[in-house]
Write a protein that binds this ligand. Structure first.
Ligand code: SGN
Ligand code: CA
Length: 537
């Protein structure tokens, strides 16, 4: 080989080398997967009591599962605002589902975009306006629909697509990864499911399996709320008395009339027509084929069913559709994870699976969320980051949705603004837990509203939960988390806890000051809420 040829070969291989380098970005990609109302009780990586989610579980098997992840305000749009802004609701201003998000404030996707990330969002946002900081987005208007949904798109305005929403959001996500993503820049991809939000319509491929299943009941299904204050007693989220017969349990309005079943809410029948009314004739025929036998059976038995039997029946019906809706989410997560692997992207991609909050799956006789009690306060969190997180690790720290912004900014090597209020989880990913917070702050506002969960703020550490319910009550609740895992007994007035109450009240006050919350702000938000002539979400 002569020298000239050798030189040419060397130069060529150097170019190839540097090209290869450019193609593997030093900063990680971020795939943020969030579903809506997905309870940790319905992820088999947490418990396989109710269902199997093999694909979501893969993230924990190859990464880290957080058993004490929680939210700051257990409701949809406020949770999303906390995630994007890295600030508590009282500072980012999105305290409820009603008033729109203030888009003049900085969110972490804007910072990533400005810092060289490609950004895309597909699915549910629920802000009342479009997201800033995204190169591409297709979002559902408001709550979105399970079938044949409308999407608000960045490029083509409002469009309607025929199909099952969970699958459509997965397809959009895959399509962006395969066809729109530029190879050389790291990305932030937000893949946001509407499922398993009410009214829980599964995909056709899952109808038969789930409608024929029977699920174990929670221990507290028949809770009478006697150990707690007015907030739990007056909430409207009981499976028997507040869940819609038509909209939720899928008993058609004409069958309700035939059986003289009154609507549980004034929009009970309307909810059925709104959701199932969207199906094409073929989709409706497919639905009826599987749901009709269930309805016929119910018609036969209804007159002789006791309240207890009806409660049990409603729980099963609820779980069949709720868990059935999750099955398609799990399928979609599997498809996206597979693509990351096939394409070689998995190596340098942080994958997060979480929900905008937890959900009651019959615990305390409830569905929905909002409360500080465990099932809605906690949220699933599973994170995979090859090379940083050890496969199969478990973390018990009290992490919050407040922490995502600073976590992603640290991973992307971009400075977080000083006024963000979370803590980066990157050290936790590396197994370094020292110095992480040992208590969290919580504040729920949307009242009076659907489900009638009263306003409350709270201090929570590993051992206790102290909550103050206010506005039309002035009640305190204290739960001993180690002794009363189901939170059935408020021990605030128990003399044995007198010292603890004094100590925790002080801590709660300090925490309110630390996070810049105050009675004045509480009042300001109450006054703002009063300007509404109706609440709507
Ligand atoms: C709708 C639901 C409620 C739910 C809120 C908020 N009713 O109003 O059950 O609590 O959304 O949910 S429905 O009959 O319209 O489905 S959130 O996830 O967006 O906060
Ligand atoms: Ca939600």
């Amino acid at each position: 080989m002569n020298y000239k040829l050798l030189l040419v070969l060397l130069v060529c291989s150097c170019i190839a080398c540097s090209e290869k380098k450019i193609k593997t970005p030093a900063r990680p990609n971020i795939l943020f997967i969030m579903s809506d109302d997905h309870a940790y009780q319905a992820i088999s990586a947490y418990t396989d009591r109710l269902t199997q989610t093999p694909n979501i579980d893969r993230i924990a098997e190859e990464g880290m599962i957080f058993s004490n992840a929680c939210v700051t305000n257990s409701i949809c749009a406020p949770s999303r605002a906390v995630i994007l802004s890295g600030k508590h609701s009282h500072l980012n201003g999105k305290i409820d589902n009603i008033f729109p998000f203030d888009t003049s404030q900085i969110t972490f996707p804007q910072l990533l975009q400005g810092g060289g990330y490609q950004t895309a969002m597909f699915g549910k946002l629920h802000f009342g306006n479009n997201p800033k900081g995204f190169d591409q987005f297709k979002i559902l208007p408001g709550q979105g629909s399970y079938y044949n949904p409308d999407f608000i798109t960045k490029d083509s305005g409002r469009i309607n697509i025929e199909g099952y929403t969970t699958d459509l959001i997965t397809d959009m996500t895959l399509d962006w990864l395969k066809n729109d993503r530029k190879e050389d820049d790291p990305f932030l991809l937000m893949y946001l499911h509407k499922a398993p939000h009410r009214e829980w319509l599964p995909a056709k491929r899952h109808y038969t399996e789930y409608i024929n299943k029977t699920f174990p009941e929670p221990e507290t299904l028949f809770d009478d709320y006697s150990g707690r204050g007015r907030a739990a007693k007056e909430a409207e989220m009981n499976l028997l008395t507040h869940m819609n017969w038509a909209g939720d349990s899928k008993i058609p309005p004409e069958v309700m009339d035939e059986l003289s079943i009154p609507e549980t809410a004034p929009w009970d029948k309307q909810a059925y027509n709104r959701t199932l009314g969207r199906l094409t004739p073929q989709q409706k025929a497919d639905w009826d084929k599987i749901y009709d036998p269930m309805i016929a059976e119910f018609k036969k038995n209804y007159a002789t069913m006791s309240r207890e039997e009806l409660m049990k029946w409603r729980y099963q019906r609820y779980m069949q559709d709720y868990l059935g809706s999750i099955a398609a989410v799990d399928d979609g997560v599997g498809e996206v994870l597979n693509y990351l692997e096939e394409s070689g992207l998995a190596e340098n991609t942080i994958v997060v699976y979480t929900s905008d909050q937890g959900f009651y799956l019959g615990e305390h006789g409830w569905f929905d969320k909002r409360f500080i009690y465990n099932e809605s306060f906690k949220t699933p969190l599973l994170v995979r980051w090859p090379g940083v997180i050890k496969a199969g690790s478990k973390n018990t720290q009290m992490v919050q949705n407040l922490d995502f912004a600073q976590t992603f900014l640290e991973a992307a090597k971009i400075d977080a603004p000083d006024d963000m209020q979370g803590e980066s989880l990157v050290p936790l990913f590396k197994g370094q837990n020292e110095g992480f917070r040992d208590a969290v702050y919580y504040h729920y506002y949307e009242y009076p509203s659907v489900h009638m969960v009263k306003r409350h703020y709270a201090f929570v550490n590993e051992d206790y939960k102290l909550a103050h319910f206010y506005y039309d009550v002035d009640e305190w609740e204290l739960y001993d988390r180690k002794k009363d895992i189901h939170e059935m007994n408020n021990v605030y007035d128990d003399p044995a806890y007198a010292e603890i109450v004094i100590d925790l009240k002080k801590k709660l006050e300090e925490m309110r000051v630390f996070y810049k919350d105050s009675p004045e702000l509480d009042q300001e938000y109450i006054e703002k809420y009063k300007t509404l002539d109706r609440w709507d979400n």
